[in-house]
Ligand binder design. Structure first.
Ligand code: ZN
Length: 218
C-alpha cells in the first residue's frame, strides 16, 4: 500500500495528510508528519482537508457510518505516535519525538557526514520504499540545482530555507516533485536542519552538478 502511494509524487499537503491519517505512508513519512504535528499541535486543519479527500473512506465502514470520526483519527494518531517501549527516550530541543525516537539520538549526537562545503547529511537507516535523510546546512548556503524523479518531502526542524515554492521555517513541510527544478537557499540567521524523505534519487541539473553526477554515477 505504501509503495503504491510512493509510486506517484506526493503533490500536495492534503494528499500527504490523507495518507498519514490512513496509515498508508512508509514509516519515515508517517514519522515526518507526526513530527510536524508535534511541532505545530495547533495545525489540525488538515482534518477538514481529509474530509474532502478521503472523508468517505474514513467515515464509512461496511457496517455503516462512523459517527465519531475525530475520535477515530485521534486513536490512529495516538497509535502511530506511540514510541516503541524498548526504545530509549531521547530528549532533543531541535528534533522532537517521534522523530528523535526514530533516530535514536539527539541531532548533535548523530554521525553526520560532510557532503559539500557547509552541508552535512545523515542517512536514516531502514528506509525501503523511500530514502530518509537529515540535512544540516550552514546559514546562507545555496544547495546545488536539482530536480527529482519522484517526490521530496522536507520538514524544517531549525532555521529555514527558500526556493521558488516559498519560504519555510521550523515545522513547515515543503513538497517538491519532478516538475520543480530548484536550489534551496538556507536563511542567513542560523543553521538550517531539515528532515527530507525522497522516493527516487535527486538529479543535479546545474553545470557543476551535472559533472558531479556523472562522476558519481547518479
Ligand atoms: Zn529538492
Amino acid at each position: 500500500m505504501s509503495q503504491q502511494l510512493m509510486s506517484q509524487p506526493v503533490r500536495a499537503i492534503d494528499e500527504l495528510m490523507a495518507g498519514y491519517a490512513a496509515g498508508t505512508l512508509p514509516p519515515p513519512l508517517q514519522c515526518l508528519v507526526a513530527t510536524h504535528l508535534a511541532i505545530k499541535p495547533e495545525n489540525r486543519s488538515f482534518v477538514s482537508a481529509l474530509e474532502d479527500i478521503c472523508g468517505t473512506a474514513l467515515c464509512e465502514t461496511p457496517a455503516g457510518p462512523v459517527h465519531d470520526r475525530d475520535a477515530k483519527l485521534a486513536a490512529i494518531f495516538a497509535q502511530q505516535m506511540q514510541p516503541d517501549p524498548a526504545s530509549p527516550v531521547v530528549q532533543c530541543a531541535v528534533v522532537p519525538s517521534p522523530l528523535s525516537t526514530f533516530l535514536g539520538a539527539g541531532v548533535a549526537d548523530l554521525p553526520w557526514r560532510r557532503v559539500l562545503p557547509g552541508v552535512k547529511e545523515f542517512k536514516v537507516p531502514g528506509g525501503e520504499a523511500c530514502e530518509a535523510k537529515l540535512y544540516w546546512i550552514n546559514p546562507g548556503r545555496v544547495m546545488p540545482s536539482h530536480t527529482h524523479d519522484g517526490s521530496e518531502v522536507t520538514l524544517l526542524l531549525q532555521g529555514g530555507f527558500s526556493d521558488p515554492t516559498g519560504h519555510y521555517r521550523r515545522g513547515d513541510i515543503a513538497i517538491a516533485d519532478a516538475e520543480l527544478d530548484h536550489h534551496p537557499r538556507a536563511d542567513d540567521d542560523e543553521d538550517c536542519i531539515c528532515f527530507a524523505v525522497t522516493d527516487a534519487p535527486l538529479r543535479l541539473t546545474g553545470p557543476v552538478g551535472r559533472i558531479v553526477q556523472r562522476l558519481f554515477g547518479r
